[in-house]
Design a protein around this ligand. Structure first.
Ligand SMILES: [Zn+2]
Length: 195
C-alpha cells in the first residue's frame, strides 16, 4: 500500500473503494473510469515492490474476477471464483517473503483468513475485503442501475442505495396508477352521472 492508497482508505473506507472498484467496466474498451479510480485510490499494486503498475486498461480483468465472486451461486462457480482470487494472491510468490501473504481461498468453506494490511497492495486489500464480505455481496434489483454491485448492510436489502429504492417505489406507484386509472375514471364518471 502506498501513501495515496492509505489516504483513500481513510477517506472513503474500504467497502466504498471495493464497490467503486467492482462497478468499473468489466470489459476492455473505456478505461476512463479505471483511470479515475486510480487518480482517487492510487495504484492497485504499488511499484516500490518491484512490480509493474497495473495499466488502466487492465483493471477490467480484475473487475471481472471480483464480479465472478459477487455472482457465484453454485459450488462449481464458487470453486472457480476461489481459484481466480487465489491467483491474485499467488502472483505475490515472486515478491520477497516479507511482503507475501501466504493463504488459501475457499468460498465454499468457513475459512478465516488474515493478512498484514499495512504491507499489502491495494489489490490484495480489495480482494481480502471481498472475502470478508462474501455473504453480503448484493446486486441492485433496479434495472439499469448505474452501479449495481454493493455490500449489503442488512440481509434483506434489495437496492444499492436510497436513491434506487425511492425510484423503484415511485415507479411502482405510477405503474399502479397507470394500471388502475381507467377503473377509477369510470367509477368517477358513473358517480357523476348518478348525481
Ligand atoms: Zn441501484
Amino acid at each position: 500500500m502506498d501513501k495515496k492508497n492509505a489516504r483513500a482508505l481513510s477517506t472513503f473506507g474500504i467497502e466504498n473503494l471495493l464497490t467503486r472498484f467492482v462497478n468499473l467496466p468489466a470489459e476492455p474498451g473505456d478505461s476512463g473510469p479505471a483511470q479515475q479510480f486510480r487518480d482517487l485510490a492510487g495504484e492497485l499494486i504499488d511499484t516500490h515492490l518491484g512490480c509493474d503498475r497495473v495499466p488502466a486498461d487492465r483493471y477490467c480483468h480484475f473487475v471481472a474476477i471480483f464480479r465472478r465472486v459477487w455472482k457465484a451461486r453454485t459450488i462449481a462457480q464458487k470453486k472457480e471464483a476461489s481459484k481466480r482470487i487465489e491467483a491474485i494472491f499467488n502472483r505475490l510468490a515472486a515478491l520477497p517473503a516479507i511482503d507475501r501473504p501466504a493463504l488459501a481461498v475457499d468460498f465454499t468453506s468457513e475459512l478465516v483468513i488474515s493478512i498484514r494490511f499495512a504491507t499489502a497492495p491495494l489489490l490484495d486489500i480489495l480482494a481480502m475485503t471481498l472475502i470478508q464480505h462474501r455473504n453480503e455481496l448484493g446486486l441492485c434489483e433496479r434495472r439499469h442501475c448505474p452501479a449495481p454491485y454493493y455490500v449489503k448492510s442488512h440481509p434483506r436489502q434489495k437496492y444499492c442505495s436510497h436513491d434506487c429504492a425511492n425510484l423503484i417505489r415511485e415507479e411502482s406507484k405510477s405503474r399502479w396508477w397507470a394500471d388502475n386509472r381507467e377503473h377509477f375514471m369510470q367509477k368517477w364518471r358513473r358517480e357523476r352521472k348518478g348525481r
